[in-house]
Write a protein that binds this ligand. Structure first.
Ligand code: NDP
Length: 245
């Protein structure tokens, strides 16, 4: 995978939805996929950020993206059903879905974690992924080859003190991906995870204020597995967790 080189326009005519597309890794993935010809559905919380990514894609000569302003914290099952129906109406299908947005929440001792903290993190990192995947399955099934990417973390492989709900939610993300990959093994949809590794974003800066951002990779430097998993050459990859670093 690390030697993978994307061919020009290899995502031509592909429709890809990215959550948390306004900033960090999700924004970079949106710009990259658009560069290779995809039409991007930009989903996120802050409309201004989504509009800025929209402008960058259009200014770079990419296809006109769609913007879906949605706070995953408050979204209901009906939001995702409506989203799936709108995508089918407007685009006919969904070829790619990147579950990228997530919420770190309050870091601290397990004994002091409140129910509110727990629910808020699980709502964004797990529950919304469950409902969104379910709501978008009909659109994904209409693609000849669809790729769904979840975003894991080293903290979803080995739990770490004081990372409570976030760390546990990343185990759940990994589990959801594996359940789906097994269930859809003989279908046209593949499900995989990417662990980005330490990456220079706002989330990272808030979680690791003592870290020198210059010492870690930028989102642009970790894009290879994202580009690879969206490519039909990865059609046999299912149930995998790729390390971006
Ligand atoms: P950023 O904070 O830079 O970007 C996260 C994006 O998700 C933002 O655009 C944010 O929107 C959006 N988002 C957050 N909460 C919601 C919500 N409730 N509803 C809709 N959108 C929301 O984070 P990263 O790019 O660093 O992280 C991307 C993924 O990578 C996450 O899943 C993270 O867990 C994972 N990861 C990151 C690592 C790192 O070192 N950066 C390491 C390991 C994993 P807005 O800007 O509007 O708030």
């Amino acid at each position: 995978m690390l030697n993978y080189r994307a061919n020009e326009d290899y995502l031509d005519k592909k429709i890809i939805l990215i959550t948390g597309a306004g900033d960090g890794i999700g924004k970079q993935a949106a710009l990259e996929f658009a560069k290779y010809g995809a039409t991007i559905i930009l989903l996120g919380k802050t409309v201004k950020k989504l509009e800025s990514v929209y402008d960058q894609i259009v200014n770079n000569g990419g296809n006109e993206p769609a913007i879906v302003p949605l706070d995953l914290k408050g979204a209901t099952k009906q939001h995702y059903i409506d989203m799936g129906n709108t995508i089918i109406d407007q685009f006919g299908r969904l070829d790619g879905l990147v579950h990228n947005a997530s919420f770190v929440g309050h870091l601290g001792p397990f004994g002091q974690m409140t129910e509110e903290d727990w629910h808020a993190v699980f709502q964004v990192n797990v529950h919304s992924q469950f409902l969104m995947t379910q709501g978008l399955l009909p659109a994904l099934k209409k693609s000849a080859q669809a790729s769904v990417i979840f975003t894991s973390s080293g903290l979803g492989v080995k739990g770490r003190a004081y990372w409570g709900a976030y760390s546990i939610s990343k185990f759940a993300t990994q589990g959801m991906m594996q359940v789906l990959a097994d269930e859809y093994e003989h279908s046209s949809i593949r499900f995989n995870c990417i662990n980005p590794g330490p990456t220079r974003t706002n989330m990272r800066a808030v979680a690791f204020p003592e870290e020198d951002p210059k010492q870690i990779k930028s989102p642009a430097e970790i894009m290879t597995p994202y580009l690879y998993l969206m490519d039909n050459v990865a059609s046999q990859d299912n149930g995998q967790t790729l390390q971006a670093q």
